[in-house]
Design a protein around this ligand. Structure first.
Ligand code: HEC
Ligand code: HEC
Ligand code: HEC
Ligand code: HEC
Ligand code: HEC
Length: 218
């Protein structure tokens, strides 16, 4: 057979193909990074606030329960952000002249709510409710991480669809007894899967409902 291409053409073709593959991989990686990276989603990045409110100082230091400030969490879709007068219950006495608390005092005097920056935010087309999760043994720390160690709040979980489904498909991996929901130091026991399966039965979870599109997209 006559040789149409010079031998070196093989090497050139391979190099060219390798170049195309590398470029495609680069494009995919760039897309992946812009969609899923922590930079885009804000995971692990401290959110700046008008007042440097510290969950570490208030939860671990002062020993406050989440419900003291997020009272809606057991009874409604929203946990809620506390109004200024909740802060003033203590800070009208404690650090009453501290400069860091000036925005809190101003807000209280002028009756203008503090503008806290949101940390965790789902798109509008997704339905989420706190009460059902809290009532079925899903702990705050499973979704929000170790809040009691955070000087400023940061997102633990971007909550892409796959993150919600990860639990909705296999809730036994995460469920805990109801009385442990607010316990920030709860860790899954060695036999979590067995315990979790018992809880799935006890709470009467319906797997078909958990993974149905209309559960979260209504
Ligand atoms: C003394 C009041 C107080 C207590 C107690 C408290 N929080 Fe908060 N929490 C706040 C305030 C104020 C904000 C808004 C500022 C910020 O994000 O840090 C907030 C914000 C949050 C956010 C982010 C909300 C968003 O913007 O998406 C989460 C999550 C949260 N708290 C969870 C908890 C958990 C879990 C506990 C119990 C371990 C707890 N908090 C206890 C006052 C409190
Ligand atoms: C199953 C995961 C999950 C659990 C469990 C959970 N949260 Fe949330 N939380 C979220 C998501 C997702 C958002 C954002 C909701 C949105 O954008 O509509 C959120 C938002 C919040 C907010 C912002 C205000 C609001 O009501 O939207 C606070 C405060 C909060 N959570 C506190 C808590 C506390 C306290 C607990 C434990 C009692 C808890 N969360 C348990 C997923 C969870
Ligand atoms: C139940 C009492 C109580 C409530 C309610 C309370 N605080 Fe505090 N706060 C404290 C205590 C105690 C400290 C000192 C904690 C420490 O230094 O360990 C503190 C400290 C602070 C500080 C100083 C910086 C720091 O974290 O050490 C700021 C700022 C602050 N609180 C803001 C707030 C805001 C904003 C609210 C309302 C959302 C609030 N606090 C509600 C008790 C409270
Ligand atoms: C760690 C586990 C876990 C995570 C993470 C989780 N869920 Fe759930 N979810 C549950 C459990 C358990 C139930 C209760 C199901 C039941 O009662 O049958 C539930 C119920 C629900 C329901 C109510 C279903 C009904 O019966 O009406 C909605 C809506 C929902 N989840 C949305 C979400 C969304 C959106 C996310 C992600 C932001 C999410 N969940 C993340 C465990 C989880
Ligand atoms: C447990 C809750 C949950 C269930 C069940 C669920 N989704 Fe989603 N879905 C979400 C969340 C949360 C987002 C937002 C993702 C984000 O912000 O990245 C989302 C986003 C989407 C989007 C927008 C594109 C994207 O990926 O961001 C589409 C389309 C979608 N869902 C379709 C579906 C279909 C079809 C089903 C059924 C097979 C389904 N979802 C079931 C929670 C859920």
């Amino acid at each position: 057979m006559t040789q149409i291409f010079h031998r070196s053409a093989n090497t050139l073709t391979i190099l060219a193909l390798a170049g195309v593959v590398a470029a495609l991989a680069g494009v995919c990686l760039a897309l992946y990074m812009t969609t899923w990276s922590n930079y885009k989603t804000g995971v692990g990045i401290d959110v700046q606030q008008p007042v440097p409110f510290s969950h570490r100082h208030h939860v671990r230091g002062a020993g406050l329960d989440c419900r003291y400030c997020h009272g809606g969490v057991e009874t409604s879709a929203f946990a809620g952000i506390p109004p200024t007068h909740t802060c003033m219950t203590c800070h009208s006495q404690l650090f009453a002249n501290s400069p860091v608390l000036k925005p809190v005092r101003d807000s209280f005097q002028n009756k203008i709510a503090l503008q806290w920056n949101r940390v965790q935010r789902l798109p509008d087309f997704v339905y989420f409710a706190h009460d059902i999760h809290v009532g079925k043994g899903v702990g705050c720390s499973t979704c929000h991480g170790h809040v009691e160690t955070m000087p400023l709040m940061r997102e633990q979980n971007a909550f892409h669809m796959r993150d919600c489904l990860d639990c909705h498909r296999e809730p036994e991996r995460y469920l805990r007894p109801r009385d442990q929901v607010f316990n920030m130091s709860w860790e899954p026991p060695a036999d979590q899967l067995a315990k979790g399966r018992e809880l799935v039965r006890e709470y009467g979870l319906q797997r078909a409902i958990l993974t149905n599109c209309s559960t979260c997209h209504r």
